[in-house]
Design a protein around this ligand. Sequence first.
Ligand SMILES: [Zn+2]
Length: 325
Amino acid sequence: MRLAWGPCLLAAVGICALSQDESTGRRAEIEVLHVKANVYLIAGAGANITVQAGDQAVVLVDSGPAEFSDDVREAIRKISTKPIGYIINTTVDRDHTGGNEALARGGFFMLTSANQQRQTASIVGHVNLLNRLNATDGKQRAATAGNWPTDTYDGPDWKLYANDEPLLLEHPAAAHTDSDTVVFFRRSDVISAGDLFDMTKYPVIDRKRGGSLEGILKTLNHISLDLAVPKENEEAGTYIIPGHGRICDRYDVAIYRDMLTIIRDRIQDMVKRGMSLDAVKAARPTYDYDGEFGSQTGPWTTATFIEAVYDEVTANPEGKAKPNK
Ligand SMILES: [Zn+2]
């Protein structure tokens, strides 16, 4: 599928709204897109926000940054007037978790009957996510307690049920970080992948927070080989929502996986030949992909991506993937 949508290109099926955050001057250009069956995408408020709606409640995957919560709530109301029951976080970054507290308020607690009087949604994440949000972590200060997950799981997966649909949560041991969750809406046939899959840039391999390229590759393989099913000619079928950027299908995931494998192999080969990091950068091992995914500015440039791959390959020159589950 090649849905290269820019701002409001899909206005016929989406809903656009412009708003400005007064404290930062940032503008959010919010789009609401129907993905498939019960699942929608709210784009434009930081990270992608997946919305599942039905008779019971609204389920969110990620919550955007705190400053856009009012806009996100307004966008959700265009999809459903039901209260928010679950907010599932795919990763620890604040553009995915910053709106947890504000959006959980006024929801209802779906998980345990004893707590159903609570007027907040359940915030769900892997236990590593809680451990990273409640502590000062590198440069990032601890998040306020209202943003922490109220319900965690500590194994490789967890199963929830909402709106007559199974929600399969899977935790890759080391992908973008060590705190990630991939969410599979099994009846709607939509996967929310989080930042291990990013159509706007090379994936952020957050090695300081337990991330690894081998884990990202393993998870992309799992999504494209085990979970996603194409409809015909490798196109459509299961849709995959990346952490950032356009809606994708299995073919897009496979192409992204192939690109990362090729870049990893090139850098691995250079390391085996004894090349220094500077020499590897000068050889431009990402050259043919930089037009689509490279960046010279911002927190995750092409150079930082190459550095992360180089560090991982140097630490593990044979390229053997660590067990991911
Ligand atoms: Zn992100």
